[in-house]
Design a protein around this ligand. Structure first.
Ligand code: ZN
Length: 216
């Protein structure tokens, strides 16, 4: 079956604004004044004075920060997977150590780490940097690490029509290091396996050894 490869999605809401510049362009689709009011409320609720000098610009700064940290809500990662090239390459393609920062949806605290993506193409191959773009967009949403891992794997499986997809995400969660159980250095590892990497143990072992290499 011939694949029709074209892009009909638009890259909405890409953020070319400087998060700390109060005069910079306003990101589309984000109600900054509403966030500012909410941040003032939080400051007041914890017993602070939002009108003292050091806090005057804080609500505006936090509003723009959230617009940046959640910019992935207004972007469609699929556009980066639609420009494929046809290639008779039938070995695993792997990109390791894609760094990312995301936000835990339970505490609105950052978790950050690295994603490793491997796939076994079935004719359709994407530029390697596109995999990093997908991680970046998916990361910039409120979520849990498990869903982030699954979302990336599903995107690749569907959009690339790959024979297999393996996604491993390793991250530290600040909601576990700065509060609650306070376990600095703890690492959360999640994985999502699709296609042959799910059904075939030796294929899975191969991709996992590529991901972990000599670090195991
Ligand atoms: Zn959390």
């Amino acid at each position: 079956m011939a694949h029709i490869i074209e892009s009909n999605l638009t890259d909405v809401g890409s953020l070319a604004f400087e998060a700390d510049d109060p005069d910079g362009p306003v990101p589309a689709g984000v109600d900054l004044p509403r966030i500012e009011r909410a941040v003032r409320e939080i400051l007041t609720a914890v017993g602070e004075d939002p009108d003292r000098e050091g806090l005057l610009q804080t609500p505006a700064r936090v509003a723009r920060m959230y617009a940046e940290l959640f910019s992935g809500l207004r972007q469609d990662p699929r556009i980066h997977l639609q420009r494929c090239f046809m290639e008779k390459y039938d070995e695993v393609v792997l990109v390791r150590d894609i760094s990312f920062e995301s936000m835990c949806e339970h505490h609105l605290l950052p978790f950050m780490g690295r994603a490793h993506i491997g796939y076994l193409p079935d004719g359709r191959v994407v530029g390697l940097s596109k995999l990093a773009r997908v991680v970046e967009i998916v990361a910039r949403r409120p979520q849990v690490q498990e869903r982030m891992t699954e979302t990336i794997a599903n995107l690749l499986e569907v959009e690339l029509d790959a024979k297999g997809v393996a996604v491993v995400v390793e991250a530290t969660h600040t909601c576990m290091t700065v509060r609650g159980v306070r376990k600095p250095g703890s690492m959360c590892v999640t994985s999502a396996m699709k296609g042959v990497f799910r059904s075939n143990l030796s294929s899975r072992a191969e991709v996992m050894s590529l991901i972990y290499g000599d670090r195991r």
